[in-house]
Design a protein around this ligand. Structure first.
Ligand code: ATP
Ligand code: MG
Length: 552
């Protein structure tokens, strides 16, 4: 962010419109989610684009719930969507619902019937499909197409009044059965669905189709730039046709490439399957590509906005590498995360020349990347420490700058120690190492003159707290699970969650702030999980310090 970049193609369009004085230079965009699932990182791209344009050009953005499909929509989803958009840092001008326009949409439909541009069709879905022709052959009109305006008005009113069962009739636009664009071959406008709606209850039993709701909602709100993803290109002619025939506000649709991210799936339908079949804990499982999952994992709004900015706005679909998303969160957390010490796979170090039962408090900065260190905390040091098992080797190779008998390291923020010996159990497992420390080597006032290459982290045994630490890997084993043979769930990574039931953490981490990032020195960035309690602390690893992922 902050870097100069050239305009994306949508910004170019907006700037041309402003320069031409179109709509008085006004910019009004909308973000139109269907409340049938939780938002994912793909939606974040659409949110950043729509809200970003308005912010950049002094405009506004509406949050409009596209709730025309009654069976799938739920209030839980509405609430989560609002929370996610806010969390990403955006404010909508108006919270709106396509269902608020049901009366007006009905009136629009009546207008088209009166103009001879819509008719009630009694055909089945199969008959309609068959009569539509193929891309190379025109469709064939059926007997209902020539119904009189009066008959259509009566039938449509009866449809609304609940006289007919689901599927008995539809309302279609009378456009062009020979159009090369199949979407213009008399598309459906309304279908009968005796289903309860989350907002309108049982007031309606006919519901408008997407194509007869979306553009009309845009026009009602006087949206200037209606931005959607590429799959809506074939709908654009119909979008314009309805607006022209109804002579309503001329909103215009523009399409950009949706975000595809590797090693995950992004369709809400698939994400719902993962939740319902318990492959993940919930929509906000930290492995999910949902906004709520990323939040729980420890992603920050700034990192997601930065990611959306970096991937840009394209006219052609491509696959974005998840390592770019990880790069963005590392960049952000490097600047904001407090450094802490935690030992994930412990062995004990005993410092034989340090007084037993003595505690020394060593000051350590929160973040050396920040000028002044961003404050700090006092780290308790004593003669027994937990260190990482991998920092000791029985037979260290050359250039192993950590511990083995005879080798020296610096204990971060503390002293230089030298390993003298170690102890093993009956299974040959190293259980303890014995060291001596160099009293004059204290960090910040080191007069020992000893130079060591390695620095390792540690936690005082007597002062350590324990925590469960959850390490995550990619949810899928393959880059594009939706594009593989068989079911996408066959490609789930069985090792996507690794739980360490008892890690040792420095005492200050018992006060970890929810939503804040912590760097466990040398181990990655972590954040406290939403289910963490004072009795049982739980940390999620947001991301490792470096991109260490290798293709399996
Ligand atoms: P899904 O296919 O994942 O269920 P959707 O397109 O049905 O998503 P909507 O709730 O209809 O989801 O989408 C709201 C807005 O977000 C739309 O404008 C849509 O184009 C946009 N959007 C959805 N997925 C992506 C994506 N992967 N990249 C960019 N924009 C997206
Ligand atoms: Mg949709």
């Amino acid at each position: 962010m902050g870097e100069e970049r050239s305009l994306n193609f949508i910004e170019e369009i907006v700037e041309e419109d402003i320069a031409a004085g179109k709509h008085g230079g006004r910019v009004l965009t909308r973000f139109p989610p269907e409340p049938n699932g939780y938002l994912h990182i793909g939606h974040a791209k659409s949110i950043c684009l729509n809200f970003g344009l308005a912010l950049k050009y002094g405009g506004k953005t509406n949050l409009r719930f596209d709730d025309t499909n009654p069976s799938k929509e739920e209030t839980e989803y509405v609430d989560s969507i609002k929370a996610d958009v806010k969390w990403l840092g955006f404010e909508w001008a108006n919270e709106l619902y396509a269902s608020d326009y049901f009366d007006q949409l009905y009136d629009f439909a009546v207008t088209l019937i009166k103009k001879g541009l819509a008719y009630v069709d009694d055909s089945t879905a199969e008959e309609i499909a068959a009569q539509k022709g193929t891309p190379t052959e025109p469709g064939t009109p059926n007997i209902y197409r020539s119904r009189s305006v009066e008959e259509n008005l009566t039938l449509f009113a009866e449809m609304k009044a609940g006289k007919y069962p689901d599927g008995a009739k539809v309302l279609r636009a009378k456009v062009d059965l020979a159009a090369s664009n199949m979407h213009l071959r008399d598309p459906l406008m309304y279908r009968i669905k005796h289903t309860h709606h989350h907002r309108t209850g049982d007031a309606w039993c006919i519901y408008p189709m997407y194509d007869f709701a979306h553009g009309q909602s845009d026009a009602i709100e006087e949206i200037t730039h209606s931005i959607c993803t590429l799959e809506f290109i074939p709908h654009r002619d119909l979008y314009n046709w309805f607006i022209e025939q109804l002579a309503i506000f001329p909103s215009k649709q523009y399409e950009f490439a949706r975000l595809n991210l590797n090693y995950t799936v992004m369709s809400k339908r698939k994400l719902l399957q993962l939740v319902e079949e318990k492959h993940v804990e919930d929509w906000d499982d930290p492995r999910m590509p949902t906004i709520s999952g990323l939040r729980r994992r420890g992603y920050t709004p700034a990192s997601i906005r930065d990611f959306c900015e970096r991937i840009g706005v394209a006219k052609r679909e491509n696959m974005i590498d998840v390592s770019l998303l990880e790069f963005c969160i590392r960049e952000d957390l490097n600047k904001t995360a407090w450094r802490r010490m935690a030992v994930l796979d412990p062995i004990k170090m005993v410092i034989t020349n340090y007084p037993e039962n003595q505690t020394e408090y060593l000051f350590s900065e929160n973040n050396p990347e920040v000028e002044g260190g961003d404050g700090g905390r006092e780290l308790p040091f004593s003669n027994q420490l937990w260190i990482e098992r991998e920092d000791f080797m029985e037979e260290p190779p050359k250039k192993f700058f950590r511990l083995g008998v005879g080798l020296m390291v610096r204990l971060k923020s503390a002293y230089i120690v030298k390993c003298d010996s170690f102890t093993k159990d009956a299974n040959g497992q190293v259980t303890e190492i014995q060291c001596t420390y160099v009293p004059e080597s204290k960090s910040g006032s080191d007069t020992s003159g000893i130079n060591v290459k390695g620095t390792i982290h540690w936690v005082s045994v007597a002062h350590a707290h324990t925590a469960e630490v959850r390490l995550y890997d990619r949810l899928f084993k393959v880059e594009d699970p939706s594009n593989e043979d068989g079911d996408f769930k066959d490609y789930l990574n069985p090792d996507s969650l690794h739980i360490l039931p008892q890690a040792y953490i420095e005492p200050d981490l018992a006060n970890a702030i929810p939503g804040k990032g912590y760097q466990f020195i040398r181990k990655g960035y972590f954040t406290i999980d939403k289910h963490s309690t004072a009795e049982k602390l739980v940390f999620n690893r947001t991301v490792t310090l470096k991109d260490g992922w290798v293709k399996k």
